[in-house]
Design a protein around this ligand. Structure first.
Ligand code: T4K
Length: 384
């Protein structure tokens, strides 16, 4: 049945290979390999343009970017930051690794994002910030979270790892809160092999971020305090720029695949293709279905196993979720003050399927065929 060798979630988008090679040749000709090189600066300018922000500071990955963003905002070890549990574990681990305590909130099941009402219930004397996540590129309830942060004097950060090119109320993700952090990991639709970018409109904050990224050295070249090394290098920037050159065609392929999945899975009992926010721009980089075991007759794990038999590698983004893994699971009093039923319900249902320019509409139709076969084997009748 399958016409592919292997179909995976997160196949890197390289863009035009010749352009990449020319950029890499330039790096080798210049022998300027890292430390704020010309390609890194160009990448930062171009991301700032997409995000609509005054500043974009490139880092070696988004995980370290989150740590720098939190430290630059004055969040200290022992402080609590409210984080949704339904996210990639990096969101929480980034904080935990530097002694900041992630406290998990529940999510809205439609958006999969932090529920502002639940966030409000978790704010306590040690809360210093909120780190919300635009999960699968669907923007958070930015206005409600902004109001909440202002009312309580909290720093508001957004993990925008999934949300390059997406909008909230017509404004690009990137300029909300104190800062937003994007990921350009190889599996992201625009990738720099490894990489992150912190965006902000705050000049002083941006200067602190730049210093923290580079051993604490400030723009005047003085060592202003402790810092880390989280610079992006020129090879990564070459990949990032080349992948970014192709952003429109990548998004077009993702959008097309989303529509083909929706068409082929319409009416399949217990299967729902997650959508994006109506009226907003989206990048559609994650194709996520929910499999409701009660209705479908099988859990998402069975669909995943059936797909694997045809060499289709689906992923459980996100399951288990943060509060279900260590060290959080074993310290509920520290990290999980309230139950998180909606995040847990969502985690039981989700399955990410292959998309992107390397996945053709015929591949999508065949993947949907395998899913339908799984469901009908479970005894559920498919609606034509
Ligand atoms: N916040 C959020 C919300 C995030 O989703 C992430 C990262 C972060 C923060 C942190 O960003 P970074 O610090 O990484 O910049 C992957 C990615 O490694 C991770 O970056 C991403 N989220 C997460 C959602 O997915 P894994 O463990 O599933 O990756 P892996 O190596 O198993 O690969 C996933 C799929 O991609 C496989 O199907 C194979 C395919 N693949 C992967 C690589 C690396 C390729 O085809 N080629 C490749 O080069 O975490």
């Amino acid at each position: 049945m399958a016409s592919w060798d292997t179909l995976v979630v997160g196949r890197p988008n390289v863009g035009e290979r010749d352009r990449l090679m020319r950029r890499l040749d330039g790096v080798l000709d210049r022998l300027w390999l890292t430390n704020n090189g010309p390609l890194v600066r160009e990448f930062e300018e171009r991301i700032a343009a997409v995000a609509g922000t005054r500043h974009a500071v490139a880092t070696c990955n988004a995980t370290t970017g989150i740590q720098i963003a939190a430290r630059a905002a004055g969040i200290r070890p022992g402080d609590e930051v409210i984080v949704p549990s339904f996210t990639w574990v990096a969101t929480a681990h980034a904080l935990e690794w530097i002694g900041i305590v992630p406290v998990f909130c529940d999510v809205d099941e439609v958006t999969a994002n932090a529920d502002p009402e639940h966030v409000a219930r978790l704010i306590g004397p040690r809360t210093r910030g909120i780190l919300a996540v635009h999960v699968f590129g669907r923007p958070c309830e930015v206005d409600a979270l902004t109001r909440l942060a202002a009312e309580h004097g909290l720093t508001l950060l957004f993990d925008a790892a999934h949300a390059l090119g997406c909008t909230y109320r017509g404004r690009p993700v990137g300029g909300f809160g104190t800062a937003e952090i994007f990921s350009f990991h190889a599996t992201k639709f625009v990738n720099s092999v490894e990489g992150g970018v912190i965006t902000t409109d705050d000049d002083a904050y941006a200067a602190r971020v730049r210093a923290l990224r580079n051993q604490g050295i400030d723009p005047a070249g003085r060592i202003a305090g402790p810092g880390t090394v989280a610079r992006m290098n020129e090879f990564c920037a070459a990949m990032g720029l080349t992948s970014l050159d192709a952003i429109d065609s990548i998004v077009a392929a993702n959008r097309r695949n989303q529509a083909v999945y929706e068409e082929h899975l319409a009416g399949v009992p217990g299967v729902h293709v997650r959508g994006q926010a109506p009226g907003e721009r989206a990048n559609f980089q994650y194709l996520v279905i929910e499999v409701d075991e009660e209705v479908a007759g099988i859990p998402p794990e069975t669909v995943l196993e059936d797909l694997l038999r045809y060499d289709v590698h689906a992923r459980r983004y996100f399951s288990p979720i943060c509060h279900q893994v260590e060290p959080y699971r074993s310290a509920p009093e520290r990290h999980i003050p309230l139950p998180l039923p909606r995040a847990e319900a969502l985690a039981r249902r989700v399955l990410s399927l292959p998309t992107g320019p390397t996945v053709a509409p015929g591949d999508v139709a065949a993947v949907c065929g395998i899913i339908k076969e799984s469901i009908s084997r479970a005894g559920r009748r498919l609606v034509a």
